[in-house]
Design a protein around this ligand. Structure first.
Ligand code: NAD
Length: 287
């Protein structure tokens, strides 16, 4: 049986330090504040917004919700983002995606200033992840994967890591972060010819494709550490990961469940980034 890595345990271990940092900032007259921008009424976005708001508020972070109508024009959305960029009271901005299809995703993302880009969506933040230059923030889910590996004491130097899924939200940034820590990384995607044999060679396997039980027993080998980032809603309304849980449980060394794994840690990373953004906004001598 694999060690099941519970996201809640990791979150609990982080909470104390984050609460302390928030309290310290508040004593200095700075209340870490997150603005969440949602365009339209997608239930998934509303659910993520509710979860992120609750997590931030329990850590002492103030949250402002901005809900724009589904038919907002690009100009209207950019105006809202510009106002948030200029507001000294807002330290981090979370843009809930996907945006309605008539809006230009990239234009909206890149309108956000990277100092407030706590979920790593701007080109400048991603440049930071890819080059190692400290600017903006890495995407929260990618950082959650790294923090989980750190918590579990998994050393990455020299490890064979396989990431399945190559989006800019998770696959590509997490691959770069693993590379920066000395792993030898293979990045798989929809056109990968022999996914099972690529995956079997992995010592660390990160699944982020959004395809239920894509990684079945043919993709797994004994002793792997597996992080399952994928989330798919089944016809039964339950959440499923990209990894066949039963198959993985019988061969892996350690495994994150869905739900209750990477997703649980992601919102705490968001809170951590807001606190860091608030700290960076203070004059150097007050940090
Ligand atoms: P995406 O659709 O933008 O990208 C999916 C990637 O997976 C692509 O690179 C695609 O080539 C690859 N892929 C898809 N099907 C494949 C297959 N059959 N074989 C090999 N590669 C395949 O999705 P995304 O935004 O990167 O999200 C991926 C998954 O991660 C989704 O299930 C999403 O819900 C989940 N997610 C979870 C969190 C979290 O905090 N847990 C956060 C973000 C995304």
């Amino acid at each position: 049986m694999a060690r099941i890595i519970a996201g809640k345990e990791i979150v609990t271990s982080m909470n104390g330090a984050l609460r302390q940092e928030t309290a310290l900032l508040r004593e200095q007259g700075c209340t870490p504040t997150l603005a969440v921008v949602r365009i339209g009424d997608r239930p998934e976005s509303a659910a993520y917004q509710a979860g992120a708001t609750k997590r931030c508020e329990t850590l002492g972070i103030a949250v402002q919700s901005l809900i724009l109508p589904e038919n907002s024009s690009l100009g209207e959305v950019l105006q809202v983002i510009e106002a948030l960029n200029l507001s000294p009271r807002v330290h981090g901005v979370l843009l809930l995606r996907p945006f309605p299809p008539h809006l230009d995703d990239r234009a909206i993302r890149d309108a956000l200033c990277c100092e407030k880009d706590v979920d790593g969506v701007t080109s400048l933040s991603l440049y930071g992840v890819f080059t190692g230059v400290r600017q903006g923030f890495p995407p929260c889910t990618a950082q959650a994967c790294i923090d989980i590996l750190d918590y579990c004491g998994v050393s990455l130097r020299g490890k064979r890591a396989v990431v399945v899924g190559a989006s800019l939200v998770i696959g590509r940034p997490v691959a770069m972060m693993l590379l920066a820590r000395g792993a030898t990384v293979t990045l798989c995607h929809i056109d990968t010819v022999d996914l099972p044999s690529e995956c079997r060679r992995a010592e660390l396997l990160i699944a982020a494709a959004g395809a239920r039980a894509l990684l079945n027993k043919d993709c797994l080998s004994p002793g792997q550490v597996i992080l399952d980032v994928g989330v798919t809603v089944g016809p039964d309304g339950r959440l499923y990961g990209d990894v066949d849980f039963e198959a993985a449980n019988s061969v892996a060394e350690a495994l994150t469940p869905v739900p209750g794994g990477v997703g649980t840690v992601t919102t705490t990373i968001l809170a951590k980034h807001v606190i860091e953004a608030a700290k960076r906004s203070l004059p150097q001598q007050q940090r």
